[in-house]
Structure formats: structure tokens, C-alpha cells
Write a protein of this length. Sequence first.
Length: 236
Amino acid sequence: MKHVFILFSLGIAYPTIAQDEALLAGMTAMRKADHTTAAMAFDKAVAEAPNSGKTWYYRAVNRMAMGDNEGALRDLDHLLVLEPLDVHAMLRRAEIHTVRGEVDQATADLYRVLGTQVNGPATEQALSELGRMAMIAHDLPTALGHYDRLVEIAPYNPMAWCDRGTARSIAHDDDRAIADLEKAIDLDPTLDKAYGALAVVYFRQGRKQEGCYALQQARDLGDRSVEELLLLRCDQ
């Protein structure tokens, strides 16, 4: 009887162990960019644990890396039936909708993230993406609203300040744009995008020396897109 009980116990545990092994194998292969091997491992993990959200999630991520957005979308749709509050699945699905040009669906998923979590990395990512999409649509008030909230919940995030500073620069709110961009640089002195945006405001204000210095900093940090402006404005 004792041996039967031990075998029974092992039988109950084994599928979980097998699922974890398959999932780990898939994640290891995915990190090595061996997506074909990862796909086989994730298929096995899903088959062995069809009610585990993480198996569907990682298979979707791997399918995205393989360019199979249709398959990834099906996996994420299924995952969100299993776990309706999974914000990571919402973000990934929004990413696919964005790639496919489905702006309304992407926006809906991003707002769904905001309705699920008040703050946290997923909320920050959703706000950043909503701000970016509003900027593309030339909707500055909406973009600034998203960036205001992003700065409020993530004052430690240099890109939050940089993005709001860039939006304020486009709105010709120069003094506040400079304050935001300088804050971004204080938080991350290697943020080349902030230096480039700062240069634009300085030149508009007739502050050539400061503008040229900002452009040089951006270039030295790796932003080659400023080289032409350096030649035109700074006699390089």
C-alpha cells in the first residue's frame, strides 16, 4: 500500500514537472534565438498544461519573434479567456495590433491595461505607447495627458520626462520642455534623445552655443541623425 501511495503521488506531480521542463526548454531555446526548437518545446508545454497561462504567453512571444502574428494573436486571445486580467498579454496583443495597423484594437488593449493596474511597469508601458500613438496622430493634448500621468506615477523614468519634454517642445511650451528634458538628462546622462530634443528648443530660443553643445552630446552618445544639423548649425 505504501508503494502504491508513493507512485500515486509521483503520478500527480509528474505532469507539472514535465510542463515546467518543457517550458524551461522553450525559454532557453528562445533566449538563444532558436525559435524552431522553442516552438516545439512550447507546443509540448501547452499540450501538457492547457490551463497554464504562462505556457500560452511564452508560445505567443516566440511566435511573434518568428513573425507568426496570427498564431500569437490566437494564443493571446486564449490566454485572456483563461486570465482576463493578464496585463502582459494585453500589452503583447496591443503590440501585434499596432504592427497590423489596427489602431483601435491596440488602443483598446492599452486602455484595458490602465483600467486593470493603477501603476507599475505595465501601466508605464501602456501610457508610453498611448502617448506615442497620440503623437503620431498629431493629437498633442491627448499625448500630453498620457505623459503627465506617466511622469506622475514614474518620476524615476527618464524616458517619461524626455517624451513629455519633446511633446512640450512641439507645442512650443519651451521653458517647460527644457525643464523636462534637463530632468531626463539628470536621471540618465546617456539619453541621447533628450539632448537632441533639447538642442531644438535652444536653437529656437537663439541659444546657439547651448544648442551645439547638446547636439555634440547627442552625437557622442551615438545619435548619428544629428550630424547634418551639426554641420548646418554649428560649422562642423
